[in-house]
Every structure is written in C-alpha cells, then in structure tokens.
Design a protein around this ligand. Structure first.
Ligand code: ADP
Ligand code: MG
Length: 245
C-alpha cells in the first residue's frame, strides 16, 4: 500500500542569480501542495488529474524520494520515505513527465540492459529481462535506436524501463501527454494490465477521458489541494478541475 498523509510542499524563493537565469523563477515562496492525502492499493489504478501547476509532478517527485516534503508522511508497504528512502526506491518504478529518462542514441534493448544492471541485476539477467520487456511492450525490433521511435514507442520503452526491477508500485507522470487518442488508449490498456498483475499504479494526466475509462479511482488536484477522491463515474470532473484556492 502507498499512503500519502498530509503532504505539504513550499518551494523556497529562488536566489537572485537563479532569478536572472530563469524568468519564471519566483521571488516569493511557492506553495505547491497543501495537506494532500491519498492511498493507492495493489491492483488499483488511481488517476491524478489537475491543470498545469496543480502540484502533480511535485507530488511524484516527493514519493519518488527526489524531493523532501515540507510536512506530512509517505509510506510504501509500511516503510517511511524519510527514514527508509532506499526501501521506497526499490519498490517504485517511475516514469518522468514527457517519458524522458531513456537514451536516444541507444537501442531499446541496450537501454533496458543498462537500466537493469543499474538496478542491480547481473548481466545475464538484465539481458533476459530486457528481451522479456521488449516482447511484452511490442518493441521487439531490438536494434532500432530510440531516436527513431514514435512517441508511442518512447512511452512504452519508458514504461518498460520503470519495470526492469519488477517494482510493485508505479508512478507515471503524464505518460500520455504527447500521445494521440489511439496511443493514449493503448497506454491505458497496458496500465490496466500492469495493475491486474497486482501492481499499484498512480498516474497523472489532464485527459478526463482517461480517468473516466481507465481508473478505479480519481483524485482531483488543483492549486495543490485535493478536491475530490472517488470513483470517476458520476463525478463532475470539469467543475472540480476549476476550483482554485
Ligand atoms: P503540475 O505537475 O501539476 O503541472 P508542478 O508540481 O510542476 O505541477 O508545479 C506546482 C507548482 O510548483 C507550480 O506553481 C510550479 O510553478 C511550482 N514549482 C514546481 N517546481 C518548482 C521548483 N523547482 N521551484 C519553485 N517552484 C516550483
Ligand atoms: Mg507536471
């Protein structure tokens, strides 16, 4: 079980030098999450929806141990984020926003082989796992470089990468963002299959069709606050998405 309890996050103001470099950097603290709580159980697909800037990526970065929360706790199978980050990392597969995190100049096979070894598999197991995942995700043309992949293939490879160490929890940050409706439907089918195999999936999207059709539960996040947590059927998600502080 993934439990997120009372998570808040305030980004400190950017330093003067950083503000010069990044026009978007803020000179006041930015409150990205306010007292966010939610759970994801094995076998469950939970959709996290919210407009740009709602705090979705911040929440993913916190759960993936990349960013410390200002307040609140996260536990994964009872392990606490702050005291046992390595236990959390071992259990979580992460797909970053935009399905980045794979090497364009390597083939799909070499990417998965590399990340398998990085995850602690011996070389033979990493190669075996890479073949298995390429097969499973319909990427069996194993020598093709990722540069030449379509957006859909890139997303499938990013999912495969997240699965090299067979983690029971998946965090997918807008995996379908760059996909057409067919690619989105295909990704939702894959996500469902991964959950049916017993994994807990939390995935961010701003496509309401995906949460209506593909999720067991939907959590609506706007301005860093949870506005709704429940079954998508019957909820007026459009109205919920428009709530602000
Ligand atoms: P989403 O993924 O839902 O679009 P984010 O988590 O990326 O939302 O952003 C939530 C808020 O936090 C936004 O106001 C954003 O500008 C701000 N933010 C995100 N990352 C940083 C950062 N590294 N430093 C300061 N503010 C940030
Ligand atoms: Mg985001």
């Amino acid at each position: 079980m993934l439990r997120i309890e009372g998570i808040s996050k305030t980004y400190p103001p950017a330093s003067g030098a950083l503000r010069l470099l990044m026009r978007t950097a803020s000179d006041v603290p930015v409150v990205a999450l306010r007292d966010v709580s939610l759970t994801v159980a094995p076998g469950e697909v939970v959709g996290l929806v919210g407009p740009n800037g709602a705090g979705k990526s911040t929440l993913f970065r916190i759960v993936a141990t990349l960013l410390e929360p200002t307040a609140g706790t996260v536990t994964v199978d009872g392990f606490d984020l702050v005291s046992h980050p390595e236990e959390i990392r071992r259990r979580i597969g992460l797909v970053l926003e935009g399905a980045r995190g794979v090497y364009g100049r390597l083939s799909g096979f070499n990417n998965l082989e590399f990340f398998g070894v990085m995850a602690g598999l011996d070389h033979a197991s990493a190669r075996r796992r890479a073949r298995e995942l390429l097969e499973m995700f319909g990427l069996a043309d194993r020598d093709r470089r990722v540069f030449g992949y379509s957006s859909g293939m890139r997303v499938r490879l990013a999912l495969a990468r997240a699965l090299v160490a067979d983690p029971p929890f998946l965090l997918l940050d807008e995996p379908t963002r760059s996909l057409d409706p067919a690619g989105s439907a295909e990704t939702m089918t894959l996500i469902r299959r991964l959950a049916d195999a017993g994994r807990a999936v939390l995935f961010a999207t701003h496509r309401l069709d995906e949460v209506r059709d593909g999720c067991d539960r939907v959590v609506v996040l706007t301005s860093g606050r949870v506005r709704f947590d429940g079954a998508p059927a019957g909820a007026d998600l459009v109205a919920l998405m428009e709530q602000t502080p």
